[in-house]
Design a protein. Structure first.
Length: 134
């Protein structure tokens, strides 16, 4: 009987979370998609569907969380430096036509994404190398 109740609770929490994420932004709750996902995870732990130690150790991929946090920090600094305004202005000045805008936007986005990815991949390795060399 306990297994059936746990399964039903898990399905209910999952369905409610999925609906909240699908609605994107619920104005009267001030709840966006990441908040809905966090609330769903919290409900899974509170209802005992996922034990807290297992949620902390296995259900969260901490490497991904650290990568996303690092990317957010880098993007925040680039935004403060008005880098995105500079790049978008540069593209718009040179575009002229919608087709040329697309032709400039796609490779520029790919190049900047690749550079950010390389930076986030190399930076921790560079720090370890500097620590060992010192």
């Amino acid at each position: 009987m306990r297994g059936d109740l746990t399964t039903a609770a898990a399905l209910a929490v999952f369905a409610a979370t999925y609906v909240l994420i699908s609605l994107q932004k619920i104005r009267f709750l001030n709840l966006d998609s990441p908040s809905a996902a966090l609330a769903g995870g919290l409900l899974m732990v509170l209802f005992g569907i996922v034990p807290f130690p297992k949620a902390v150790r296995e259900a969260v991929n901490w490497e991904t969380i650290a990568l996303l946090f690092g990317m957010m920090v880098v993007v925040a600094y680039l935004k403060m430096a008005r880098f995105f305004e500079y790049v978008s202005t540069w593209i718009l000045i040179r575009a002229g036509t919608p087709a040329r805008l697309l032709a400039l936007l796609v490779p520029t986005s790919g190049l900047l994404s690749a550079l950010l990815g390389i930076y986030l991949w190399l930076e921790p390795k560079w720090r370890r190398y500097k620590r060992r060399a010192a």
